[in-house]
Every structure is written in structure tokens, then in C-alpha cells.
Design a protein around this ligand. Structure first.
Ligand code: ITT
Ligand code: NA
Length: 196
């Protein structure tokens, strides 16, 4: 069975391919539909943006589409970068620039106040049906510097207490077991009857 994921993010896509692959699904993404106009992610919530991406592609292809909107929510920054995670340091979507900006903004924040979480909302859209949502969260803290080379995005500055490592020091198998995306995907798979 083929699943279409409305994402252009290669890091997300690799995780989807690993996790859905185990379930016997074949994954296609926005990269397979270059003719589609870019979707404007101007929503105020992860759910709004996830719905927009999934519904746009579902209507275009006239079939079921899954989207992931996700980001890093930092308590000391009043929830930023949040829905602005992908472009926090500017239009060009640079992981390094985004992490630098966060570390600079956090430079005076003591260890006990560096709590943060990754949040992922998956939307499953079908033409002429109500969109379904599945959320996953992963708790951690913001490290003092970037460590590790695995994963993508903010993984090098996201410290996972249970592993005593940053997310970028975990293998993809370890990350998928505890991540916001892994947790959202497990909810989605646990509720197949709602969307299959
Ligand atoms: P698509 O909209 O095409 O899926 P995107 O990267 O723009 O790609 P989002 O709007 O959902 O996706 O932004 C999510 C950003 O949050 C992403 O670019 C990363 O900076 C960060 N992020 C999300 N999941 C992450 C993860 O597992 N590890 C590290 N950073 C993550
Ligand atoms: Na977004």
C-alpha cells in the first residue's frame, strides 16, 4: 500500500520511510510532485499547518494524504520557535542558523530553566472527509552547544535526559522510538480504523 506524505523535508521523509517501511507501506512525498505550488504555512498552530499541507495535496491528487507539522517549543522563549521552527533565523531554512539563534537567545538561561519539547502533529486528509489529527511530544532540554551529527533540524541542541545524549547522538532506531514523530505515528497506527 502506498502512502503519500506532504513533506519536502528530507530528514522527516527518511524517518517516515523507516517507520512506515516496517509496517509494509511505501512512502511517496511532495518531492514526487514538483509541479505543485508551494503551500503557505501561515497557520498559528501545528494542526492548522498540518491540515493545510495534507488537504491541499489530498484535493490535488484526489486521494488520502498525510502531513507532519512539527517544531521545537522552548519554555524560556515563551514557546518559540514553535510553528516558526523551520525558518526561525530567516527565509532560507538553515538548521545551523536556526540552532545558533536559539543558543544565543538562551545564553543567560540556567540549566534548570532550559526545558523544551519537540511537538509533531500529523494530519490525515481525504477528499470530502473531516481531517484527523494525531499528536506526539518528546520532552528534553536545550544543550549549551550543538553535539552529534545524526538526525536533522534542532537535533544537535536537544538533550534527551533518558539517554544522557542529544537527539543527534542517537541512532535513527533510538530516535524513532522516543521522538515526537515516532509517538504521533504510533497514535496514527493505533487508530487505523479512523482513516484506512
Ligand atoms: P515540510 O513542511 O515540507 O514537511 P518543514 O521542514 O518546513 O518541511 P515544518 O514546517 O513542520 O516542516 O517545520 C518543522 C521544523 O521543526 C523543521 O524544519 C526542523 O527545524 C524542526 N524539527 C521538526 N522535527 C524535528 C526533528 O525530529 N528533529 C529536529 N528538528 C525538527
Ligand atoms: Na510549519
Amino acid at each position: 500500500i502506498e502512502l503519500v506524505i506532504a513533506t519536502q523535508n528530507k530528514g522527516k521523509l527518511a524517518e517516515f520511510e523507516q517507520m512506515f517501511g516496517v509496517e509494509g507501506f511505501e512512502v511517496k512525498s511532495l518531492i514526487d510532485y514538483p509541479e505543485l505550488p508551494e503551500i503557505n504555512e501561515d497557520g498559528q498552530t501545528f494542526a492548522e499547518n498540518a491540515a493545510k499541507k495534507a488537504e491541499t495535496l489530498a484535493n490535488y491528487l484526489n486521494q488520502m494524504v498525510i502531513a507532519d507539522d512539527s517544531g521545537l517549543v522552548i519554555d524560556a522563549l515563551n514557546g518559540r520557535p514553535g510553528v516558526y521552527s523551520a525558518r526561525y533565523a530567516g527565509e532560507e531554512k538553515s538548521d545551523v542558523a536556526n540552532m545558533d539563534k536559539v543558543l544565543k537567545e538562551m545564553v543567560d538561561i540556567p540549566a534548570e530553566d532550559r526545558s523544551a519539547r519537540f511537538v509533531c502533529v500529523m494530519a490525515v486528509a481525504k477528499p470530502n472527509e473531516t481531517t484527523k489529527f494525531y499528536e506526539g511530544v518528546c520532552e528534553g532540554t536545550i544543550s549549551l552547544e550543538a553535539v552529534g551529527t545524526n538526525g536533522f533540524g534542532y537535533d544537535p541542541i536537544f538533550y534527551v535526559p533518558s539517554f544522557e545524549k542529544t537527539m543527534a547522538q542517537l541512532s535513527s532506531e533510538q530516535k524513532n522510538k522516543i521522538s515526537h514523530r515516532g509517538n504521533a505515528l504510533n497514535r496514527l497506527l493505533d487508530n487505523k480504523d479512523e482513516w484506512r
